[in-house]
Write a protein that binds this ligand. Sequence first.
Ligand code: TYD
Ligand code: MG
Length: 424
Amino acid sequence: MRNGASAGGYVAPVPLCAVDLSGATPRPTGLAELDRVLGGGFVPGSVSLLGGEPGVGKSTLLLQVLRSVAETGAVVVLVSAEESSAQVRLRAERLGPVPPTLLLLEETDVRAVAGILEDCSPALVVVDSIQAVCDPTTSGLPGGVPQVRACAEFLVRLAKTHAVPFVLVGHVTKDGTLAGPRVLEHLVDTVMTVEGDRHHALRMVRATKHRFGPTGELGLFAMGDAGLTAVTDPHRLLLGDRRPGIAGSAVLAAMEGQRALLVEIQALWAPASSDSAPPRRSAQGVDGGRLALLLAVLEQHGGVVLGRTDVFASAVGGIRVTEPAADLALVLALASAVATIAIAPDVVAFGEVGLGGEIRQVPQAERRLSEAARIGFRRAVVPASCPDGPPGIELLRVESVSEATTLALARAGDRSVTRQRLSA
Ligand code: TYD
Ligand code: MG
């Protein structure tokens, strides 16, 4: 049922419950981890932006998507404005045999894309990248704001008119300063990012804007010799190299969308390298502002005296955790580092730390506990109001940072600790 014309010649409203949904059904990409992020796949006529730093794996991921869709017999097109046809073919062959319905157009003129839609009615079009194409009717250099905007507006119109899903690649620098993607975010239906540390295999795909489904779901891939493969058991990658008995390490039961992840948080301190400059605070994979705040809380409320020390904190494996639920594990790792007392290997933690040193409840405690128990953790340091977890994991409910650090750092035979010790 389409809008009907009313008496005045204007379009009349229709009952919302009668609106046709067939056009808004996502089509699976065949990459389960990506479909998880998208809530099923790409919706016909939608335009998605895939952002990420150069070299993170955007072109590889999209080539795999194109291959996967082409393997169903559908025609798909890659518009390559950055790489030559030969370069693209070389990459594609690394990933396996190339289906014949995967078409390539080496082109920088965005207007040429219109021809593809007339000629071969593709099921998916990828433009790599939006910074490298240009619109001859607009002034400015490719990658500049006027060009990026004009090209994106043109492609959005094409996608909607032909009901074909488009994916645009957008490069972002480390600080996200490049004008392009920011301009684009408003024009497209979905914004996804690929993140990952060049030195680690793990690649994380998230949707930060999604008009057709939830945001916050995480897709996990590992970059290998034959492209990206789905990571179905992330704890192997994230906790595989963990060595028990080392001070300055705590395991966080984190949530990414609906998925629980066990992440090792590490901390290290060293005497300040300079007497005059402020001590260093280095955060990798954890929030730098949060680290500074937690150090202050530890000094004020946790009895942990840092003085003039450089402090380093990181989430292991190239993952990034930003949720406040990471606070408690970070605090435990810091306290363990300062006291040089290791936390026992069967302990996980989660909880938000308030400025008063209180430990606050966080969402999805049951899921975090279930995953920790499944992987073999037996004890969890959690906020006092945490609901019960599954059998097999003992909850150590704590109300304050000092209570948590006392538990974690008590030495064998320490009489002041009446509750169970967590130290190794
Ligand atoms: P690429 O997809 O070109 O990144 P982007 O498009 O985001 O700039 O990926 C580049 C990196 O991925 C490059 O360093 C090589 C590496 N890579 C692999 O490790 N394995 C592979 O199979 C492929 C195709 C690339
Ligand atoms: Mg690329």
